[in-house]
Design a protein around this ligand. Structure first.
Ligand code: ZN
Length: 336
């Protein structure tokens, strides 16, 4: 029979280099193929391709009849060839779904790849930035609920923004300029290997987003790390107010010592700009003159041209570390 005569050739192709795994998610031993794109794909991905008849047409390697011209076509193309064409310009931060990922992620990927041809080299030759937007899902910690929820994130190089969406609202929940955005790994704080803290300025206020990706691939460029983070107690401007426990983050690039009520708060309570030694900034161990405490505490005083800030560290080791970290910023010249 015709069908049986071609079958061995088809299965031989399936075992050729690159065809042994699904072209879209990497699942081993794909049993389906798109004879319009010339790729071997798994059952799950074939279901997605089936819904995109404009760009793809699928057949089962085992169950369907294969005309010899289609087998020729498969032979001429194949997964490596398709990869070279459709994945030529996948940005390093773009998350490529794997076989265990959900169908939504795979569909995003397949549509971006073949429908919008986002990663085809010839299309982006005019301007690498016009490669457009990259989207995917991140788990974001809710401001009120504190639970991590799956949210769609979009990074648009052309618009220079990152947006994220909630299920309810039609438009983006937030649009953040990539220029004003800092991203850093925060595995401990978020308690996830791919935990990420995204910090940006919203109407003059420092806002935090805590997110993670299941396998850490869709992430904005990592821009920096906090030099030091931890609890300290702070008093008010009169230095007579009761000391309150706050979570402090020292950003050496922005030269900010930002403080929060809790480490995972969305909004900062305040921040102290840390200038240079030439501008009169200084950090000292101990309390400023005139401030007294009943018991000796591991305190530090940050002197700025306008005010002295008094902090009490958790212990002597923390005190030394904060002094070193702050001195590191004070002695570093202003950039730009
Ligand atoms: Zn697949």
């Amino acid at each position: 029979m015709e069908r049986d005569r071609h079958k061995p050739r088809l299965l031989e192709l399936q075992s050729a280099a690159g065809n042994g795994r699904c072209a879209d998610c990497g699942q081993p031993d794909p049993e389906w193929a798109s004879y319009k794109l010339g790729i071997f794909i798994c059952l799950n991905c074939s279901g997605i391709h089936r819904n995109l008849p404009e760009i793809s047409k699928v057949k089962s390697l085992q169950l369907d009849f294969w005309e010899s011209n289609l087998i020729e076509f498969m032979k001429k193309h194949g997964n490596l060839c398709a990869k070279a064409k459709y994945e030529a310009k996948v940005p390093p931060y773009y998350y490529i779904p794997q076989s265990h990922d959900c169908l939504v992620l795979k569909e995003q990927w397949i549509r971006a790849k073949y429908e919008r041809e986002e990663f085809v080299a010839t299309q982006v030759c005019q301007d690498p930035c016009s490669a457009g937007s990259h989207e995917g899902f991140l788990w974001k910690r809710g401001r009120e609920s504190k639970c991590f929820q799956k949210r769609r994130f979009l990074l648009s190089a052309r618009e220079g923004v990152m947006k994220y969406y909630t299920k309810e609202a039609k438009g983006p929940k937030a649009t953040i300029s990539i220029e004003n955005l800092n991203a850093m790994f925060q595995t401990e704080k978020i308690q996830h290997a791919h935990g990420l803290q995204i910090t940006y300025n919203a109407d003059g206020q420092t806002r935090n987003l805590f997110v993670y990706h299941e396998s850490g691939k869709l992430i904005p460029r990592i821009t920096r790390n906090y030099v030091k983070e931890g609890y300290m107690q702070k008093t008010g401007p009169k230095q007579k107010e009761a000391f309150k426990l706050r979570w402090f983050c020292l950003d050496s690039q922005e030269r900010n010592l930002t403080y929060f009520k809790n480490p995972l708060d969305a909004f900062a309570q305040g921040q102290v700009f840390i200038g240079t030694m030439d501008e009169g900034y200084e950090v000292q161990a101990g309390l400023p003159q005139g401030v007294r405490m009943k018991k000796r505490k591991p305190a530090i005083t940050v002197v700025t041209p306008t005010r002295e800030f008094v902090f009490i560290c958790e212990n002597d080791k923390e005190q030394r570390e904060w002094i070193d970290a702050l001195n590191g910023v004070i002695t570093q010249p202003l950039s730009g």
